[in-house]
Design a binder for this molecule. Structure first.
Ligand SMILES: [Mg+2]
Length: 133
């Protein structure tokens, strides 16, 4: 499995890497712009990401914008809904319901509320058939 972790805070990136590295190769980037570039390269190489985790608040390009552009990128590469990446938005605990709904309209698979824990991440991965058990 190929995984992209996107977060501007080093501590959060490392935490996600620690949780996810047993399940596949993890690439780490610091903002939405870098996430989009990584996705584009992966698609061009014919090895797209299976799982993308997007923090919401990031400089340069935030998670919501990156979500929208990554889904557009997949469409331009003729990736259909059965093949598209699982995308988890990583939200602050107090994120308003209407913001969360906007993520779903933007094409996210689901969201993870901070603080992120191993149980939460692994539970969601099971839910979307990224791992068995
Ligand atoms: Mg952030």
């Amino acid at each position: 499995m190929k995984i992209l972790i996107t977060d501007d805070e080093p501590h959060n990136r490392l935490l996600m890497e620690k949780i996810l590295s047993p399940y596949g190769r993890c690439d780490l980037v610091v903002n939405g712009k870098e996430a989009l570039e990584a996705c584009e390269m992966a698609l061009m190489d014919g090895e797209p990401y299976d799982l993308i985790c997007l923090d919401i608040m990031m400089p340069e390009m935030d998670g919501q914008e990156a979500l929208r552009l990554i889904r557009e990128l997949e469409q331009s590469h003729n990736i259909d809904e059965t093949e598209e990446a699982v995308i988890f938005m990583v939200t602050a605990l107090n994120t308003e319901e209407h913001v969360v709904q906007a993520f779903f309209r933007g094409g996210c698979t689901d969201y993870l509320a901070k603080p992120v824990t191993r149980d939460k991440v692994v539970g969601k991965m099971r839910q979307y058939n990224l791992i068995e058990e």
